[in-house]
Write a protein that binds this ligand. Structure first.
Ligand code: XIL
Length: 334
């Protein structure tokens, strides 16, 4: 039979996929085993899902994913320890509902990271420690999240230090999107360079790669990979998908021209983009330590409800029947 994506790429990098416990129990399971040799929990290890109350951890979904990875001899990435989204409100407030001090928040962050990283020590080989801390606006620098407002810049270095103390062998990543936009690329570079220079234990930069059939171009991707790896850091593609719509991260409204159709022309254009993206990845096999897709197939993608609800997307290599699409055949042809 057909050998599967991971086998074509065995001399390049692991091929990963973001999963929920549900897809591991569904018809997707066989496809996941055949094509992928790395897993990332799509939501199960985020602060809200895994640590819903101060003294309560919800381990079951994360453990199921870790167990599937172990049984099937797959790598496991951890995602994510510190983010502005999917973080429970209790983290930032005291019992009266007032905002906590910097000291309290850093203590809570330390407890969270120590507990989660220790549980998966030796199992998770790489963690997205801090996710999306950079602002999208070219006139700004760090995102004004609750983390930043309460702690200032310091929470970022602290998060890496706590994670490193809990598992000194884990590879620690800063992870973000739109890393190919020149202004944002520069801001991310400024941040990670300052961490490296301060001897903070950071080992890599994750390029989320929520891309589209229109952008980015090959040179923009090359520039990002080269620039970050020149700091001595590993680079990973952590959340790859190729939207059939133009990228508009900040959009929240549906418009009449949101077409919800996937024509043969669009499928063809998408196949060409995937071909180009993987050519660039293969060029950089020395710098790239992994390529992970965000979701398994077009049956379900987070882009079906982002940035607007109710607009179907078709961003992956497998269709809604879990069959390989044109893009798949381009990605394995080399
Ligand atoms: C997304 C998940 O796929 C969704 O299920 C969830 O509702 C929201 O988060 N950047 C990230 C990921 O780092 O954690 C996000 O995942 C997608 C964007």
């Amino acid at each position: 039979g057909e050998p599967g994506l991971k086998n074509y790429y065995k001399d390049y990098f692991p091929i990963g996929v973001a999963v929920s416990p549900q897809v591991l129990k569904g018809p997707e399971a066989a496809l996941i085993k055949k094509h992928f040799n790395s897993l990332t929990p799509e939501n199960a290890m985020k602060m809200g899902p895994i640590h819903p109350e101060e003294n309560k951890y919800n381990w079951a979904p994360a453990d199921e994913i870790a167990q599937f990875a172990k049984v099937n001899k797959m790598k496991l990435r951890g995602h994510t320890l510190c983010w502005h989204n999917q973080t429970p409100n209790w983290m930032f407030t005291d019992t009266k509902g007032d905002t906590v001090t910097k000291e309290v928040l850093l203590k809570r962050l330390k407890d969270h990271i120590t507990t989660v990283v220790s549980r998966y020590k030796g199992t998770i080989y790489a963690w997205d420690v801090v996710n999306e801390a950079i602002d999208d606006n070219d006139s700004k620098y760090l995102r004004e999240s609750a983390w930043y407002k309460i702690c200032g810049e310091e929470y970022i270095a602290k998060a890496f230090e706590y994670a490193h103390a809990a598992d000194p062998k884990a590879k620690l990543y800063y992870n973000d999107y739109a890393t190919e936009e020149p202004g944002k690329r520069e801001r991310i570079y400024k941040l990670v360079k300052s961490l490296v220079e301060a001897n903070v234990p950071i080992h890599g930069v994750g390029l989320q790669a929520h891309w589209s059939i229109y952008e980015p171009d090959a040179d923009a991707i090359r520039e990002s990979i080269s620039k970050f790896s020149a700091l001595g850091l590993d680079v990973q593609i952590t959340e790859l998908d190729v939207s059939v719509y133009k990228l508009e991260h900040s959009r929240r409204e549906r418009r009449p021209d949101d077409i919800d159709t996937y024509t043969p022309e669009i499928e063809q254009k998408q196949a060409e983009r995937y071909k180009m993206f993987f050519e660039v990845f293969r060029e950089h096999k020395k710098q790239l330590t992994g390529v992970t897709f965000w979701n398994v197939s077009d049956k379900h993608s987070w882009l079906d409800s982002f940035p607007v609800a109710g607009r179907k997307n078709y961003p992956l290599l497998f269709n809604q029947q879990l069959e390989p699409k044109k893009a798949y055949w381009e990605v394995i042809k080399f």
